[in-house]
Ligand binder design. Sequence first.
Ligand code: GLA
Length: 683
Amino acid sequence: MSELGGPRPVSRDVWFGGDYNPEQWSRTVLDEDDDLMRRARVNTATVGVFSWSSLEPNPGKYSFGWLDEALDRLHANGVRVVLATPTASPPPWFTRLHAEAMPVRADGVRLSHGSRDTYNPAAPAYREAARRITRVLAERYGSHPAVVLWHLHNEYGTVSHGPVTDVAFRQWLQQRYGTLADLNRTWNTAFWSQGYSSWDDVLALPATQYLPNPSQVLDFKRFSADLLRDCLAEQVRIVRELSPDVPTTTNFMLPTWNHYDQWAMADEIDVVSIDHYLDDEGPAGEVHVAFASDLARSFAGGRPWLLMEQSTSLVYDYDDGRMLVKAPGRIRRNTYQYLSRGAFGSLFFQWRAPLTGAEFFHSAMVPHAGADSRIFRELAALGQELAGLAEIVAPPVDGRVNDARVAIVWSGDAWWAAETPAMPSADVAFLPAVRAFHTALWRLGHTVDFVSPDADLSAHDVVLVPSLLPVSDEQSRRFADFVAAGGTLLVGAFSGSTDEHLRVRTGGYGGAFAGVLGVHVEEHVPLRSGTVLTLSDGSRAGDWSEVVHLRGADVVASYTDDAHPVIAPGSPAVTVNRHGRGAAHYFSTRFDEAGLSAHLARILEGAGAAPENPWAADGVEAVRRRSGASTHLFVINHSDQPRRVAAVGFELVTGTTVDGHLLVDAGDVRVVREDPAAGAGTP
Ligand code: GLA
């Protein structure tokens, strides 16, 4: 039975290691790997992620020798294996045999092999080949003692258009709508003469001359997401049948990929795992780590999860056309951030930097410079340190890893909807709105969960909705019930303006929330980018504003005379409505950082939610993790000054008792076992 078997992940120690590609290296290098893995206390290797052509060089002709040997060798060395199915990269022979299974871009260009992810998830030949290689691997390695986790595929995310997808899309639509009449009505195809008289005319979103139909765009994204879920589900079924003791995962690329609905994908697997790469080599990168970790923990239902990939240093910043370097000490601080927020391991892409190949200048645990390097020394020191901290990843006896009273609503549908064309402003985008809220809360010292709009909202005291354009009647009712029962709800501008089909709710924008918010939004007033508004309370906002009338709510802050001429100075900008036993707040504009922070602090204080980390303003991240029957206080000093925090217990990194105050050097990390019952004051 795998150590992760059963309903809850149980890890014996902090998983530490990375993607390992023994098929690329000579015997001499493999021998050195054994030695270096021991030095760095590597205990986990992810094997086989893109190895299809090495495993099956010709159709149906397998070559398992290298993998047999690798698994045996790793096992003998005490390294557990996360074994991947290689389905993210079919070999060249697959293209030769199944040209129709290649992905087609929206402009009709059919792609070919030569990179990775060249397959159409809707193509029967691809699906059949993926099932077959999964079955072959599960049969052969499903009970190998080294294998502790199935890593199914890699970063699902392929989207394809073209004739093969058209067929699958039509089937999906037929199931959803039943009749063409229903589809025509829901998509309002009378607009621009798009009325369909035959299912064969419905296309999987090819490039169009001008704006496409937004409801079609949203449905295509939902369809593509369901397709990827089906691909995952069929691999899960196969390995559960042939390898029932080994749990399953697939690595989500967070937080920038939205090709599927993470809530739905998480339902299919046993262990949530994520890949995470910093978006900023400056201080903002730390908030990004917390953001990805809070998402991962939430997708895992509050339970432990696995960091499948982070980088040791250089990684592409695709927007800027260059690679970013991690400063000394950052790998360690980031790793403790992930661990504090629920990760039971920290793996890296990749163990050894390749000599050539598409990502040849990407960083690794063993860089091109070899083991005599800053990066390897940092990694080895970290591995040795983590080897002494097994207790921090013990699964909590009473459920959730972190306590959070505040939740932010995260929805694939809302993200896709906000990205459909013809929105009134680029500033209604989903991800920036959600990140702004999370960042403000991180800076205020609040630990935050994410929830689906379909989740049980009652697990949190405060639910924040930064951006949620499509809202169904059922969801609308559940938000109102949450407030009536005593919850605090905050809704961001533009949310709830359509139903789930992206059909505008008439009679005032934000219709899905209008009742609970006690407001009537008569007009949207997008602003030119860079416009700054000063509200009556001095807070600054911009980008977006609205003509709001009160229908029972009270005004918290109003627009002033710098508002757009259609908004009368003094009219409501920020409101609060008592509803049942709770309160519903509305922001009809987008605040700058200070404004958002001030308003969120006010609302959370009003809801009685005190920040868990009172040292946040000093650049200290303090997060409490439940482990076994104990709690561990992680104190991560991101600042360039030593910082003092209040703590009582036993500090694990230095092995010292803490009886009131803990001094943490600039850039350093401490972990305090707090639970007196577990012997807080003793090693
Ligand atoms: C992803 C992939 C890896 C690698 C890294 C590079 O996360 O899973 O194979 O390409 O990105 O940063």
